[in-house]
Design a protein around this ligand. Structure first.
Ligand SMILES: [Ca+2]
Ligand SMILES: [Ca+2]
Length: 185
């Protein structure tokens, strides 16, 4: 019979192994921090590896993360400078067709993170719903419309920029590991 202390040591070892495993996987994907010291929010960002639809890109985010929510002009500029060089990228802005306020072209645009909409940066004349366009891209540096947004259709294949809050997300992931282990006992 394993004594209580040994069992507890084993449990802690498992929790640390799982915690570091999760952190290692998250950080292995080359996240870039927008540092608080540079006026940022301390969150981590990265581009999706593969191009695809907006839904495909959103699904690449780890638990607690989403395609980026652009809260203000400073964040828009930082994302453009860091990730939209030179290509257009998905951000987390989409049109909720189920919402009672949905209308074309401007109704029911939301952030996938469910944060409030505090800022938009549409190109003049956009969104225009030019053929079922319900997902927002940020124009890259190769475009005339640097860092401005366009609504586009689901056939577009782009990389997206994912944002995760830090360090809360990792703490939650670690907490999830502990809870899962305790339940298993
Ligand atoms: Ca639309
Ligand atoms: Ca459009």
């Amino acid at each position: 019979m394993i004594d209580h202390a040994a069992r507890r040591s084993f449990l802690y070892a498992m929790v640390f192994a799982l915690g570091f495993g999760v952190s290692g996987r998250v950080f292995a994907q080359t996240w870039t921090e927008w540092p608080v010291s540079e006026g940022g929010n301390g969150h981590l960002y990265r581009l999706t590896v593969d191009e695809g639809t907006w839904e495909f890109a959103e699904a690449q985010a780890p638990d607690g993360g989403h395609l980026a929510t652009v809260n203000d002009a400073a964040e828009n500029q930082w994302i453009f400078d860091t990730f939209a060089q030179p290509s257009n990228i998905w951000i987390g802005f989409y049109q909720d067709l189920e919402d009672p306020d949905y209308s074309e072209p401007s109704g029911a645009w939301k952030w996938s993170s469910e944060e409030a909409v505090t800022y938009t940066n549409w190109i003049s004349g956009e969104p225009n719903d030019n053929g079922s366009e319900h997902w927002a891209q940020m124009k890259g540096s190769a475009s005339t419309w640097d860092a401005q947004w366009n609504d586009v259709g689901n056939q577009s294949a782009l990389r997206g920029v994912i944002e995760i809050p830090e360090p809360a997300t990792l703490s939650l992931l670690l907490l999830g590991s502990i809870v899962a282990l305790k339940r298993r006992r």
